[in-house]
Design a protein around this ligand. Sequence first.
Ligand code: CA
Ligand code: CA
Ligand code: CA
Length: 488
Amino acid sequence: MFNNKYLHLSFVICSFIIIAMVGCGQQETTPTTTTTTIPSAGSIALSGQLGAGTISSAGLTTFTVAVPDYSVVAVDNSSGQSYHGASDSAGNFSISVPPGSSYQVSLVNGNAKYFGPVVMAGDSSSSEVVMGITPSTDTNLGTIVVDTSNSYAQPSRAPSAILNSTDTAVATSGVPKGAGNTGKTQLTGITTRSGSDMDKDGIPNLFDADEDNDGIRNGVASTPTAATVTSNTVESVMISSNIWADHGTTSPAQDLIMMRIHVIPKSGYESDIASVECIGVPATINSVAIIWDSSSLGSPTGYPAEGTLWSSVNYNLYKTTTLPQEQWTVLLIPKAIMTVGDVFTVRVHFVGGGCQDFFITTSYVLTDWSKIENYNGTTMSTTLGTNSNPVTYSASSLNIEFSKPLDEDGNILAGLNYSVRYATSEYDAGAGRYLVPSNVTETPVTDSGGSTLSFSFSTVTAETYYATPVAESSDGQRNGEETWFTKQ
Ligand SMILES: [Ca+2]
Ligand SMILES: [Ca+2]
Ligand SMILES: [Ca+2]
């Protein structure tokens, strides 16, 4: 049934995401046969050592416990391009970056979740801290204290010679205001600027759930800047997901979400991609997510059986050539609720050798979806209104009131667009249920700002009607609950 819905309805989405790309670190090699130009590798080393500790007003003390398995990400402040490398068992890391740019450095933890930014200079009296560095030669940042209680990090000694003092973030007692909230907290008095941290909360756009500080999460009302991919081969990398629920379902959101990862090559470069895998998958889902439905993906060659654990197939994506856009893709049921700041790292391998990595960060998570709360003044029941047991009524129109989806904090997710899909529905006697119509009318519903929305449509003839409220983000990601009514 999920399969059919996925085919019949354009994508219904639940959590959106931001994206950026990075070179493949040490694994970049010069291509031999491919026409792809791999992004130029950096020529200077940015290194240091991560360790757990507390950043205090008394000064930064040397840590005693190394922090391994963190991904250290340097973002070019002007191009948005990023470079990354992992800390080893002693906490040491080294990233190859081009010289001459200003970088901001962030950490992604071993659970593939955004940890926080690295403040380069500031103390507990600072309401503004320095985030930028401009290394021109090999640079060792020394020991970097990772403060898990405040969700940021800072070198024990400020790299004074390479500080970019014009690249700052607003802070409370030296802690960037976006630390610990993945940048989603709306700040007052911020003038959005350009660069890789537009709203100065210390969280680079790449990892910021609300990069422009307008209170609307990335991707809900507009495409975030960090979704722009810089690549000679890859056009776009994204995740789309939907929640398309049966009325009365007792299934939790994590079993209803259909999540699809897409890597779309540039036209003419399709044959340059040898394989695609996720080398970083959020710990929230990495052991439980399952593969689903190859038919809606155009039945890629080698696609695993439905129900296969994604972990058992190396978190691969699969090439499909039968969709309107050739792409590498996989459709998953996450089976667990992700968290804001969860980071996927997608690695694209090229035919001639070498690879390129792309980050995708979750900027919101829906735990609920748009659903009809009452019709013609009567509260919806959970047992009536299903495809096998529609609500019965006798009026010549249906006036429905429906809810808005809630985010991970239980708040209405701001910025979505709404509509209602409706049509008469045929009965499938063999299956014992009414069907999702293949042709439906979809009418936009203006959001007047209340907690619910209303819509009315004519139901003059005595038939069974399908009605589904839809909440949609700017990039066409949708969710809603399907409901049936029989007019007597
Ligand atoms: Ca922000
Ligand atoms: Ca930011
Ligand atoms: Ca925003």
